[in-house]
Design a protein around this ligand. Structure first.
Ligand code: IMP
Length: 429
């Protein structure tokens, strides 16, 4: 029995779904605890290529219970589309559970997000839906169980936004919105459950539970590069808030980091190398199936070298016990590999390996200091045993572990499940 939080240590897109999928084989239950369809997770299995937005990737295992948790925000139409995509591929949804406490994304949330975004959002209505939750005017999923209460809540929500919607020139046919939502709810109804109870029963029965984070630590609303962040709490503490369990419930915190770093959307990015065009294209792996373009929006991801300062911060705010390093094979092509090992304060010249705060204007006072490491210029793609790695690749992983102060437990060397080196299996505690 073990409960593991799997959390992105960077700005999302670290390959969490691949790691979750890998560990799901030994898990009884997987829960998504925050965010919405702003996430885009790709999993490649022998049975095919799957893209997830809200449904936990544990759904690929028929015996595993997959939960969309209380801390998420749900666009019912988008979710139903995702469910249909899985059904078309013969994936059973019998074990999919949806918390009635999750908040609804309404059509005006999506339109307001697109019309007013300042940070390069995914345009999925995430910010406006979480704003309504915090303002205590949001609609929880279970509202639809009473169609009159649902209608009433829809009217109140629309009225609340009327001033802004008028300013933006947006209007809605409320009868149509109600009809469309109630139609979709008919398909979701059978999956709505008391997910808190399910989690606690699973724990009591000695089951292994995975808490699947979306986005990443540096996008966390409280601890990320504010204001260039998402509206939820991806860090490991968010697994409690978004699921309905206390801290003692979670035994293990696993951080997932890419062997380099990427970011989609606006905001500070100290180790970015976009200016070095050729290196950036190589890191982005342009032209490959796993090139660095957003799963949700198709946007090109900005790329940079591994930032150990930000990663140390991530380890701290998540209490990571070990880390998974993904996409090691991307670095195969580099003669020299850089790590951002410290920041220099541009005002005072002070150099530090640690940063106390990631606020965007605070970060702009710092510049990155890089150290060079020798590459290995040989193929690690598909390696599944540490002994197969070239000496310099092992040195690179050791260097990351040393700088972060936590061991590397998993190394991913390609998109398939089998392309993985497991040094320590977190499901064993
Ligand atoms: P929002 O979550 O759509 O409000 O977007 C806020 C910021 O988070 C934007 O910079 C997005 O690009 C970024 N973001 C949201 N979800 C993801 C993700 O799954 N991966 C990477 N970036 C994301």
């Amino acid at each position: 029995m073990v409960s593991i939080a799997i959390v992105g240590g960077q700005w999302g897109d670290e390959g969490k779904a691949k790691i979750t999928d890998l560990l799901s084989a030994k898990a009884d239950c997987v829960i998504r605890y925050q965010g919405g369809a702003n996430a885009g997770h790709t999993v490649m299995t022998p049975a095919g290529h799957f893209k997830f937005h809200l449904i936990p990737s544990g759904i690929l295992f028929p015996e595993t219970t997959s939960i969309i948790g209380p801390g998420t925000v749900i666009d019912p139409k988008g979710l139903w589309k995702e469910m249909q995509g899985l059904l078309e591929k013969n994936i059973s949804l019998n074990n999919l559970r949806i918390s009635g406490l999750a908040h609804l994304i309404l059509p005006w949330h999506i339109d307001i997000d697109k019309a007013t975004d300042q940070v390069g959002s995914t345009g999925k209505g995430i910010g406006p839906a979480y704003t309504d939750k915090a303002k205590r005017i949001g609609l929880q999923l279970f509202t639809f169980l009473d169609r009159w209460a649902f209608r009433d809540a829809l009217e109140k929500s629309l009225a609340h936004h009327s001033f802004e919607l008028e300013r933006l020139g947006l209007s809605y046919d409320l009868d149509q919105v109600e009809r469309e939502y109630l139609e979709v709810f008919e398909n979701l109804k059978a999956h709505v459950a008391d997910t808190i109870q399910e989690l606690h029963e699973a724990r009591k029965a000695g089951k292994t539970i995975l808490f699947e984070g979306a986005q990443g630590t540096l996008l966390d609303i409280s601890f990320g590069t504010y204001p260039y962040v998402t509206s939820s709490t991806p860090i490991s503490g968010g697994a409690c808030i978004g699921s309905g369990v206390g801290p003692a419930f979670i035994d293990y915190s696993l951080g997932v980091f890419k062997s380099f770093i990427t970011r989609v959307g606006g905001g500070p990015f100290p180790s970015e190398i976009e200016a070095e065009r050729e290196t950036a294209q190589k890191l982005r792996q342009d032209g490959t199936l796993w090139a660095e373009y957003g799963t949700t929006t198709g946007r090109m991801r900005r790329v940079g070298w591994f930032d150990a300062v930000l990663a140390r911060y991530s380890v701290r705010v998540n209490s990571f016990q070990s880390i998974a390093v993904t996409k090691l094979d991307t670095l195969d092509a580099f003669e020299k590999i850089m790590i951002c090992t410290s920041y220099r304060d541009k005002r005072t010249g002070w150099v530090s390996e640690d940063i106390p705060c990631l606020n965007a204007s605070w970060l702009s006072n710092y510049e990155p200091i890089f150290e060079e490491f020798p590459g290995w210029l040989s193929n690690t793609h598909g390696c599944n045993d540490i002994a197969q790695l070239p000496a310099n690749a092992k040195l690179y992983l050791d260097e990351i572990a040393r700088r972060l102060g936590v061991p590397v437990s998993i190394v991913s060397t390609g998109p398939q499940r089998a392309d993985s080196i497991i040094l320590h299996d977190p499901t064993q505690g």
